[in-house]
Design a protein around this ligand. Structure first.
Ligand SMILES: [Cu+2]
Length: 128
């Protein structure tokens, strides 16, 4: 089941021509964290809130819907800047905090790529 506001947000993503998660603070991703507030607004603590997982699953799903509009380009390129103002590219390293091996952007842009990360193929898709 999907609520009306989530459906509206999903349709909004589909209409967008820009990356819906490019800016972590002024995007639906950031709005979810900061709109809920409390521990969800804390960069390091938000993962301990169960809502975090529902929020991120939804953002991930919306990002994939956005990619599916033009997968040839939207799974193979990225733009924008990181938190330090450095421009992003497909070889930008995503720091995993020691929990998992760091990955390059290109390793995770396509959820069906099958890229092996720490011995596990990165491969999933949404059925809804
Ligand atoms: Cu987040």
């Amino acid at each position: 089941m999907i609520c009306a506001s989530a459906l509206s947000l999903g349709m909004w993503f589909l209409a967008m021509t820009w990356n819906p998660v490019a800016n972590p603070l002024t995007s639906p991703h950031g709005y979810g964290h900061n709109g809920i507030g409390g521990v969800m607004a804390d960069v390091y603590g938000s993962v301990s809130d169960p809502v975090f997982w529902m929020h991120h699953s939804f953002i991930d799903h919306c990002f994939r819907m956005w990619q599916n509009i033009d997968p040839a380009h939207r799974t193979t390129s990225i733009n924008g800047n990181d938190a330090q103002g450095q421009s992003l590219n497909m070889d930008t390293i995503i720091y995993m905090g020691g929990i998992r091996p760091n990955v390059r952007v290109r390793d995770i842009m396509n959820t069906m790529s099958g890229t092996v990360i720490a011995g596990v193929p990165f491969c999933y898709r949404y059925n809804y």
